[in-house]
Write a protein that binds this ligand. Structure first.
Ligand code: SF4
Length: 448
């Protein structure tokens, strides 16, 4: 049975040395109990305590990684059923399928899409991370040749798919340094694939025809010493696959079912031939509860919304996306350039900064910490009001960068300016910018 935070705390060294990344042993114990930390983060736990804690403190859904270098896909590690309870932590990897029976032009086209379909949004680069290389030919040389091409042309985290253990062995040998996911152990080949996964320290997917068989196979692999498993319940209809995702998540979290306490892999590519339906199915599994989603192909018009959905679902709902407080030069501003100020809500920052960029008027943009609230919300909450803004401007260091004393506040209410002028003194001129970002360009050109 799982231990409580206090029970775990009693077994910790209680030195509060902070080496685990949190300020106190009690905080670490609470994180362990919630499945948000790993026991190995504390170097001072006694062997006796380790033995008692390791089972109880293991996260309900084991986190694991696929890939190496900068493009490592971490999946699993989830602790809640619903995003509003806390947050989902490790976003699902999105993969494109490439077969070793596809014509060269098709392979090249898919690799090109993998490399090029990347999108900038709220300061982040949204992109797919994985390629599922499928051995449909049954020929290990063709399989290895495709793996080598994928490996040399991309940084993708790899999924190696084959029904033949010997082809998988050849494939893993070609890319073991990339730590690929081996797909998939079944009742028929599990012994060979356990050795392959163990020898190469790779995660192993487990596939069965139903949840009961999946549970038994996962127990068998765990007993053989494998820890990093990815579950495939074998369902290929949307309804059954969706039910399985929910069942697996509930069993792991609510019933502490260790046999199903692993991330999952789903195959929308095998559930329909219609690209739009496939995107909708993938959207369903982003929300509930896939660890990896394999698509038959990438299309910009459906990949982008999937990436944005994933960003939104996996953003902590209790913490707005925020920018760091500070001075952001846009373009090449000098001592006569306009000074603008806005809040640190990411979306606000990117709307305002995009407008400034579009105006081609190099400017200084001051970003004030309002705990991630937008301009009017922060004003209503008393966090972006005249005296607070004035205090921030004075401390920001902007007066060392510009000769003038004028500041523009896009989208603020006029009521801000009175207190702000009083706080800054009569040397300063305050302009309340247009509320609609689209008008800021014209305003900057003529007004700042
Ligand atoms: Fe306590 Fe261990 Fe964390 Fe140090 S590293 S604060 S001893 S839990």
């Amino acid at each position: 049975m799982a231990l409580t935070g206090i029970q775990i705390f009693k077994l910790l060294p209680k030195t509060n040395c902070k080496e685990c990344g949190v300020p106190t042993c009690l905080a670490f114990a609470m994180n362990l109990a919630a499945g948000k930390a790993e026991l190995s983060a504390c170097p001072y736990v006694s062997e006796e305590a380790k033995a008692m804690l390791s089972e109880a403190s293991a996260p309900p859904i084991r986190p694991l990684t696929v890939g190496s270098g900068e493009n490592v896909v971490k999946i699993g590690g989830e602790t809640v059923l619903f995003r509003h309870e806390k947050t989902f932590v490790n976003k699902p990897g999105i993969a494109i399928l490439i077969s070793d029976t596809s014509p060269e032009a098709e392979v090249n086209s898919r690799l090109k899409k993998f490399k090029e379909l990347k999108y900038e949004r709220v300061g982040l680069t949204l992109r797919p991370e994985m390629i599922a290389v499928k051995n449909e030919s049954g020929d290990s040389q063709k399989f290895v040749s495709l793996i080598n091409q994928v490996k040399s042309e991309t940084d993708a985290a790899l999924i190696l798919i084959s029904q033949k253990a010997e082809c998988l062995a050849a494939g893993v040998k070609a890319c073991a340094d990339r730590v690929p996911l081996i797909y998939a152990a079944t009742n028929g080949n599990s012994e060979a694939l356990v050795s392959l996964a163990k020898e190469n320290k790779c995660p192993l997917a487990v596939k069965a025809d139903n949840l009961e068989a999946l549970s038994q196979l996962s127990d068998k692999l765990t007993a053989a010493g494998l820890k990093d498993l990815v579950l495939d319940s074998g369902s290929r209809t949307v309804r059954k696959a969706f039910e399985d995702q929910v069942f697996i998540r509930r069993a792991a979290l609510n019933q502490k079912n260790r046999s199903l306490g692993f991330p999952t892999i789903t195959f929308p590519c095998e559930m329909t031939n219609d690209a739009m339906k496939e995107a909708l199915i993938a959207a369903t599994f982003i929300a509930k509860y896939a660890g990896i989603i394999v698509l038959s192909n990438f299309h910009g018009e459906s990949l982008f919304p999937l990436l944005v959905e994933r960003l939104n679902i996996y953003t902590d709902p209790q913490r707005p996306m925020m920018m760091q407080q500070g001075i952001y030069p846009i373009g090449n501003p000098g001592e006569d350039s306009p000074v603008l100020i806005t809040t640190n809500f990411s979306l606000t920052y990117f709307i305002v900064s995009a407008e400034i960029e579009a105006s081609r008027v190099s400017s200084w943009l001051l970003v004030m910490d309002t705990e991630g609230l937008s301009v009017l919300t922060a004003w209503a909450a008393g966090k972006f009001v005249g005296d607070a803004i004035g205090g921030f401007i004075k401390k920001s260091g902007i007066t060392e960068k510009v000769k003038h004393r004028r500041v523009v506040i896009p989208g603020a209410v006029a009521a801000v300016s009175g207190d702000l002028e009083e706080e800054l003194g009569k040397d300063w001129e305050v302009k309340i910018g247009p509320r609609e970002a689209a008008h800021l360009t014209a305003y900057l050109k003529v007004g700042a």
